[in-house]
Design a binder for this molecule. Structure first.
Ligand SMILES: C[S@@+](CC[C@H](N)C(=O)[O-])C[C@H]1O[C@@H](n2cnc3c(N)ncnc32)[C@H](O)[C@@H]1O
Length: 265
């Protein structure tokens, strides 16, 4: 008889420390296909950058690996507050001698409500060659974003930049239930489903469901919900502009990627 395991977790806005506590098991493998397109675009956006580079919300480290290839020799600080995802990240880093030599993994959360066991902000280098925030910015509310833009204005070296994407939706609207991933490993198959609903001004709640099948028999289901602050290009330009920064689109339009640099050089 199939055993169905259901768990529910809520995002930071709802008072729980780690929005990825249960989904970490699935997130790294399910986000991997997206990196086939994001990786080359991120590498191009980082052309000419010098270190150090900070990968904010590095997850399991798909982006960290891209950064390491794109900015040879640069020290990289990979910030990842979720213990489950950090385990995948540290494993990926330590498996590769080149990464292990120059990637520092930090467990604190940047500008978010501090997890109870990690109350401090991560210690970042005083001068920053680049800051990468891929699939992350929705975890930052307006106040946290303001601190982020200030950090960039204060610490980016000349020619330095931030690279981020704005995953849809850009407005707080409903997104119908969609299967975004279907992968097989051995005789098991994993499906990832998601839908979003408006949760207030500038806010949606994502409801995710991760299903496991063994030889096509359902054997597990994990649900997870988390808050996501939406942002469109206009608001990104306005917010960064207030700090003397300029946001410009980069890469294929459908990826929604932006480079943020000092407006005056
Ligand atoms: C959707 S995952 C993206 C992971 C990775 N960047 C990728 O694209 O594969 C979002 C990540 O942001 C992290 N995160 C959430 N809030 C954060 C914060 N305030 N500071 C740093 N990381 C944060 C989460 O733990 C999670 O790993």
């Amino acid at each position: 008889m199939a055993m169905i395991i259901t768990s529910r977790e809520m995002g930071e806005g709802m008072g729980v420390a780690d929005a990825y506590e249960r989904s970490a098991e699935f997130l790294d493998v399910m986000i991997a296909p997206a990196w086939a397109a994001l990786g080359p675009a991120l590498a191009r956006a980082l052309r000419g950058v010098t270190g150090p580079v900070v990968d904010v919300g590095a997850g399991g480290g798909h982006g960290t690996r891209v950064i390491a290839d794109a900015v040879p020799g640069a020290p990289i600080v990979a910030v990842e507050p979720s213990p489950g995802l950090r385990a995948a990240l540290l494993a990926r880093v330590c498996e590769d001698a080149g990464l292990r030599d120059r990637v520092t993994v930090l467990p604190e959360r940047l500008f978010g409500p501090p997890p109870p066991d990690r109350p401090d902000d991560p210690t970042l280098p005083d001068r920053l060659g680049a800051v990468v925030l891929m699939n992350v910015i929705g975890h930052f509310d307006a106040a946290a974003r303001d601190r982020l833009w200030r950090l960039l204005a204060d610490r980016l070296v000349p020619g330095g930049r931030a690279v981020l994407n704005l995953p849809p939706p850009a407005q707080p609207v409903a997104v119908p239930l969609t299967r975004f991933c279907d992968i097989r490993a051995g005789r098991r198959r994993y499906e990832g489903w998601g839908r979003a609903e408006p949760a207030g001004p500038g806010l949606v709640t994502w409801h995710m469901t991760y299903r496991t099948f063994d030889a096509d028999r359902p054997v597990g289901e994990v649900t997870a919900s988390y808050d996501w602050w939406v942002l469109d290009q206009k608001r990104l330009e306005a917010e960064t502009g207030e700090h003397g920064l300029l946001a410009s689109g980069t890469g294929p339009v459908e990826l929604g990627m932006y480079v943020i640099q000092r407006a005056a050089g």
